[in-house]
Every structure is written in C-alpha cells, then in structure tokens.
Design a protein around this ligand. Structure first.
Ligand code: GLU
Length: 302
C-alpha cells in the first residue's frame, strides 16, 4: 500500500475545500491558532512513517490527553475504575451538566469532561505528582522528552472554565470527587494543555494498535487494550461517536484543538490536525480526511 501517495491525494483533495468549521474560542487562548493548519501522520505497526502538511507542528491536544490519563489510571486500578465512571456513550455534548444530575454524579464515560475529571481525581489520590507523572508517561510513549504543557492555555482554560467547575462541584456534592476541586481542576487543565504533533501522537497511540505493548514494555494487558479501543470507538467523539464510526470506522479520540488520533488495531495509527471544528466540537477537515483514508485504503475495522 502506497500510504504516502494516499496521504498526498487526501491532502490535495481537501486542502482547497470550503472548510465550514470554526476554531474553538470558548478557551480564548485556543483562538490564536492559524486556522488553516492541516497535517496528517500515519504510522504502521511495522514502523512505516508517512506524513503530509503540518504533521510535525505541535498543537493543543486537549481531550486527546484524556486517553493517556485513562490508560494510566486503568493500569493502576483496573476494573475498580468502573465503579466511579461508566462505559456508555453519552449522546450529549462533552461538557453537558444535565445527564450528570440525572445519574447522580456518575459520568457516562471517561471521555466526556466529567468522566475525565473523575479520572484526574483518582490519579490525584494515587500519584505523588500527577501532573508530572502523566507528562512523563506521555513523553515516554511519544519518545520525546521535550513535550510539555502550554501554561498560557492552562491558565486561559482555568479563567474561563465555568462549566468544568460546575461539573466537578456537582460530582463533589454526590461524593464522586475525593480531592480538593481546585487541585483536580488544575491537573485537568494542564493535562488538556499538552502540545504534541501528529507525528508524536501517532507514536504514542501505537500501543493501542499493538496489544498494549510499547517497544518491549506492556503498558496495558490485551483485555484492557481491547476495552480502551472499544471506549474510543463508542465514546471518543462525544455525541458524534456514531457518525465517526459510520463514516471512518476506527476507534479514536478528538480534541477541541482540532486533533484526531485513531487506531487500526494490528495495523496502524493515524493522526490528523486541522483547528476548525464542526458544531459537535470535532475537526471538520480531520473527520473528512480520515473518512477518505479508510475509503481509499479499505482499512477500517468494519
Ligand atoms: N479542555 C477542554 C474542556 O475542558 C477539553 C474539551 C475537548 O477537547 O473536547 O472543555
């Protein structure tokens, strides 16, 4: 398969199209990005590396980081996690409050904001220095020590994070947050502010394609890896998870920085970045690029 040519074709086909998306501005610092950035990187399980456009430029990974924090918590807590957070698609926006009240402070899944906040609370209990420990975990997976938080983005999100503050306080009132809410929020905002390139993200997602193994280290066991992929498949795109399955057919996770990381277990990882988002908060062009990729390669999991 000539992946480089396929990426080139996708890029040429989409670059000039009318992008109807909008850059996220509810976190003011995110609005400063050049909206025309566009990159894709694909990494095959046997090490083939293919990129096009801005695939080496770092961007705000936002909710894609929730996959890393969940993996770390899953590694430590295994099945015990599922008493604090569910595994069902939410069918609601990522920062919705209503469902959380109906369901007594137990988030539907770990990828909506409330669920990710519970995971941050759990890691705050366990890790000595949660921010640094998660950052080091990401650096190891990506093979790059220079990956870091963007402190301006974290600060900007803290200043404008009224909904996240509401979510965590509601869960605290139900007893599903153990630690100080400000400490957990601070951890969460830093986690979301991590910056990585498509290339680095595709490296760091490779263990999901490789039965949980990174280089020679088992990060998650086979069953945990299967379940992480299942969660990405069913919950990785908020209330557009069905649409992503329908059009792309890969487990994956999006972020409001415009990134999408996806996995074909046993075959490849692929990451796209284009900052303009559709109305559901997923990258407008990224969704299209991955749809064309699995159509042209005929390599989706379905
Ligand atoms: N930091 C963002 C928030 O809490 C993450 C949302 C996302 O990427 O989906 O709103």
């Amino acid at each position: 398969m000539d992946y480089q040519k396929i990426l080139f074709d996708i890029y040429s086909e989409l670059k000039g199209t009318d992008n109807k998306g909008k850059v996220a501005s509810y976190i003011p610092e995110l609005a400063n990005i050049n909206a025309d950035k566009f990159g894709i990187h694909l990494l095959t399980i046997d090490g083939g590396s293919y990129g096009i456009g801005d695939f080496n430029e770092r961007f705000s990974i936002q909710s894609i980081a929730k996959v890393f924090s969940l993996s770390l918590a899953y590694k430590i807590y295994d099945k015990k996690l599922w008493g604090r957070v569910g595994v069902e698609p939410s069918g609601n926006p990522f920062n919705s409050l209503v469902q959380l009240e109906y369901e007594s402070g137990v988030p539907r899944n770990p990828f909506i904001n409330s669920g990710a906040l519970v995971i941050c609370d759990i890691l705050t209990d366990t890790l000595k220095n949660p921010k640094i420990d998660v950052l080091n975990f990401i650096r190891k997976l990506a093979g790059n020590e220079s990956i870091n938080f963007n402190y301006k983005v974290a600060e900007s999100e803290k200043k404008s994070g009224y909904r996240n503050a509401a979510l965590i306080n509601l869960m605290k009132s139900y007893g599903n947050i153990k630690n100080d809410v400000d400490e957990v929020l601070d951890f969460y905002y830093h986690l979301c502010s991590v910056e990585m390139s498509c290339n680095e993200l595709s490296q760091s997602f490779m263990f999901f394609a490789n039965e949980g193994v990174h280089k020679n280290e088992k990060i998650l066991n086979g069953s945990q890896t299967k379940r992480m992929n299942a969660l990405m498949q069913t919950c990785g795109f908020y209330d557009e998870a069905g649409e992503f399955s329908f059009k792309v057919g890969l487990p994956g996770k999006s972020g409001v920085g415009g990134g999408i990381a996806a996995v074909h277990p046993g075959k490849y990882t692929v990451v796209s970045w284009s900052p303009k988002l559709n109305r559901k908060g997923n990258s407008y062009l990224g969704m299209k690029a991955l749809e064309v990729l699995t159509t042209k390669t005929k390599l989706s999991i379905f």
